[in-house]
Design a protein around this ligand. Sequence first.
Ligand code: AP5
Length: 215
Amino acid sequence: MRLQIIGPPGAGKGTQAVRLAERLGVPHLATGNLLRAAIAEGTELGLQAREFVERGDLVPDDLMIAFIAQRIDRPDCNGFVLDGFPRTVVQAKALDDMLEEAGRPLVAAIHLDVPEGELLRRLTGRRTCPTCHRSYHLESSPPDVDEVCDDDGSRLEIRADDEPDTVKHRLVVYRAETSELIGYYEDAGLLVHVLGVGSVDEVHERMWAAIEDRL
Ligand code: AP5
């Protein structure tokens, strides 16, 4: 099962991708998490990506394509849930080429649709675990103990790019550079629309029902 999730910042891609990947028994590949880890570790990729991520701009296509190509090539990637890649048509075409060459095409691209007011509410209340990357929300999914990750006890953080002006900029970048992927995958017959409002469980079940016949 090879899936990818498209949606604006705060749509719940990460939250839902973790659940889908667990249920399917495949890796969850989240380029945002991988980039933040690379930045924290000070790797070559992290150094090159840092200013783009902190500004809320996209990291250049060539860097992202090379990065995901070596990850997808690993033996555990017969199936996967991709979260945050591709983000441009150039990246989507490169992914198609990689998967075609490996004889493992995408099965579906899930578009997670959430109104903009709800996105802002979600991102301004988000807290994330720097260790396991789990996302919490101060109102809708708080941790058991204030500001502490339920899974590994790390102190929760506010992401650098969740500052309100950067969030607005990320939404502009999404509309300008990523939303055209919806048409790209529709033309390819791979697009599945899922409404991303309601509880996390409701959205998960809606998503599962939408892809079940492709499993
Ligand atoms: P990335 O980390 O991918 O950020 P994003 O796409 O902006 O998405 P978010 O992580 O902000 O949101 P999400 O949709 O995952 O929502 P979440 O589940 O956390 O990328 C960050 C940066 O890296 C980019 O800006 C770019 O610079 C760079 N980058 C990454 N990939 C790249 C690429 N391919 N090319 C170039 N650059 C790239 O949920 C959000 C909040 O809502 C949480 O608090 C959560 O608890 C809450 N929530 C979730 N579901 C619900 C629900 N149903 N009801 C209520 N609350 C909910």
